[in-house]
Design a protein around this ligand. Structure first.
Ligand code: MTE
Length: 321
């Protein structure tokens, strides 16, 4: 017998609403309208990655209980150390001539289909883009809710066709100190680098984002391709990826290399395992309740326990943080 377990965010039949009711009708129309306007106004040759827009809403990932953070906040309160360490630095600094189009990404390593491919062509090969609303939790104990556009990472992995020896997927992000002032400092080891275990990467939640709110992803959020793994802390979400490498051994991600006692490889959101310098039991909700946000309890695996707990069965999550 085939038993189907509903995903936590799946709407019960009775709660199903027409698509237009989601995010409220005006917001969605505005989003689509703005997206189209942005594309139309962008001068030829300077466009962000636009393949796949307008995107289609994936009804499986639109929990009506999640209230998306405003576009303005998502795109102006950022962590992107290549463009400065302040939250307000990336927006101006990543938009002073840094070109994210055209963009080439390389799929390489233990795969049968190594390829260097233009970001737009990749989106087209992946069958276009869809929109999913996910919770986002930073290791610094703040959170947002973000409507991401993009495609499931599992599609890219199937396209790359890994060999059996490939146990991990790594993500190398761009390295361009001329355009990125932070890369002319030793703030981190450049380029920013991340990785996932193969079964984590194949989980349906793992996503490559190419947009936000139905618009091509802005430079400060990691144009044109960035990783999204909603049950993990935000530092796993490598921005502006240039290489996806399939490897046999667990890689050492940038923040673990910086400070292994504070940042691990797994980085699963876990309210019971505190950061050595602060509690992870609750989080500040950015954009809710005034400038400093309201606090809410942090959920195990950021609310995606039903989807991902099985990946870590039998593992000590205090040691594997
Ligand atoms: N990717 C790169 N290349 N450089 C970075 O500094 N910061 C990470 C992650 N990806 C970072 C990165 C951290 S710490 C977080 S919380 C998220 O990006 C922030 O994503 P956002 O600015 O889109 O909210």
């Amino acid at each position: 017998m085939h038993l189907r377990f509903p995903k936590a965010w799946e709407l019960p039949e009775s709660a199903a609403t027409p698509e237009s009711a989601y995010l409220n009708r005006r917001a969605i129309l505005k989003t689509l309208g703005l997206g189209a306007a942005a594309l139309a106004l962008a001068p030829r040759g300077l466009r962000a990655t636009t393949a796949g827009f307008p995107t289609r809403v994936n009804a499986d990932y639109r929990d009506p209980a999640l209230k998306p953070t405003s576009y303005e906040l998502i795109t102006s309160y950022n962590n992107f150390y290549e463009f400065g360490t302040g939250k307000e630095d990336p927006k101006p600094n990543a938009n002073r001539g840094w070109k994210t189009e055209p963009w080439t990404v390389e799929l390489t390593g233990l795969i049968n289909n190594p390829i260097k491919i233009d970001a737009n062509d990749l989106v087209t090969k992946m069958g276009g883009a869809e929109q999913r609303v996910y919770r986002f939790r930073c290791v610094e104990a703040w959170s947002m809710v973000i409507p991401w556009d993009g495609f499931p990472l599992s599609k890219l992995i199937k396209f790359a066709d890994p060999k059996p020896e490939a146990k991990f997927v790594t993500f190398t992000t761009f390295n361009d100190p001329k355009s990125a002032p932070g890369q002319r400092t030793g703030a981190l080891d450049w380029p920013y680098f991340e990785g996932l275990r193969m079964d984590e990467a194949m989980n349906d939640l793992s996503f490559i984002a190419t947009g936000i709110y139905g618009r091509p992803i802005p430079n400060q959020n990691g144009a044109p391709l960035r990783l999204v793994v909603p049950w993990k802390y935000g530092f796993k979400y490598g921005k502006s990826i240039v290489k996806i490498d399939f490897v046999a051994k667990e890689p050492v991600n940038t923040w673990k290399a910086m400070q292994a006692r504070e940042y691990g490889f797994y980085a699963n959101v876990n309210p019971m395992v505190d950061h050595p310098r602060w509690s992870q039991a609750s989080e500040r909700v950015i954009g809710a309740g005034g400038a400093f946000g309201t606090r809410q309890k942090t959920l195990m695996f950021n609310g995606y326990e039903a989807q991902v707990a099985g990946l870590y069965r039998g593992m000590d999550l205090r040691r594997n943080y």
